[in-house]
Design a binder for this molecule. Structure first.
Ligand SMILES: [Zn+2]
Length: 255
């Protein structure tokens, strides 16, 4: 049966063993958004695809699409960057896993998503290069960029409902940002104004800047990430499993 061939550039989000020899890959591509493809024989150390099918690997793939089942199979691959230095620290690996899961889960299969791909590409490159102490701030920046790409960036300057500025705010999931005490009934997530200001500045900064600026304390970063993680779950209705390892890795760094 004839099959169609397509070329994509992509980053492997997930690589699962399938049967004795094959791997099922979830790839975030530049051209076609998130796709699933089978890499035949990729579990064998002799496979030409073994390096390009590892998690976080960025590669050019040639995929053949079965005209009957529409399933994609990797027919050729060329590794561009394995990002292998991510495994040099538990924090780097946890941060990369978390951001990959967050971007991957927010992306619909088969929907073109150039900016989601670009964000993941930039996040992995920066995580490889950055000093470990900058990683929590970088993770915050990546989450804010993700919200921005998907059009759900929370409002961080003044109360989202009345516009007034205060010394402290409550984060309202429903209103999509900071709210003052008189505008909201939800009093569970209090944010002092310095934290609110940091989120506002970080949401406007370039990711590259967050990788070099003096970051807030690990403790503050963990609190802010927890808030952004909760907002992610509220907005996309998805829980990110890798969040716990990220927070554990951050706590290890502090001790
Ligand atoms: Zn208000």
């Amino acid at each position: 049966m004839a099959s169609k061939s397509i070329r994509v550039r992509g980053i492997v989000l997930k690589s699962t063993s399938y049967g004795d020899n094959d791997r099922i890959l979830t790839i975030l591509t530049r051209e076609h958004g998130k796709i699933t493809a089978t890499a035949k024989g990729a579990q064998s150390v002799k496979s030409a695809h073994i390096a390009s099918c590892a998690p976080f690997a960025k590669s050019d793939f040639r995929l053949s699409e079965s005209s009957r089942t529409k399933r994609l199979t990797v027919s050729a691959s060329r590794l561009l960057n394995s990002h292998y230095r991510l495994s040099s620290s538990y924090l780097k690996l946890s941060m990369a896993s978390y951001i990959s899961e967050a971007i991957g889960s927010a992306t619909e299969e088969g929907t073109e998503d150039y900016w989601a791909y670009q964000l993941l590409n930039a996040a992995l490159a920066l995580a490889v290069k950055a000093d470990d102490r900058h990683l929590p701030a970088l993770a915050i920046g990546c989450m804010l960029k993700l919200f921005s790409i998907f059009g759900v960036l929370p409002h961080f300057s003044g109360c989202v409902l009345c516009g007034a500025e205060f010394d402290g705010y409550y984060f309202s999931f429903e209103a999509g940002g900071l709210a003052c005490a008189s505008c909201t009934d939800t009093k569970d997530l209090y944010l002092a104004s310095d934290k609110a200001q940091y989120l506002n500045a970080a949401s406007q900064a370039q990711l590259e800047q967050l990788a070099v600026l003096e970051p807030p304390s690990v403790h503050i970063c963990a609190k802010l990430l927890e808030l952004l993680n909760q907002y992610y779950t509220y907005t996309f209705n998805k829980k990110l499993r890798s969040f716990i390892s990220l927070i554990q890795a951050e706590n290890n760094m502090e001790s």
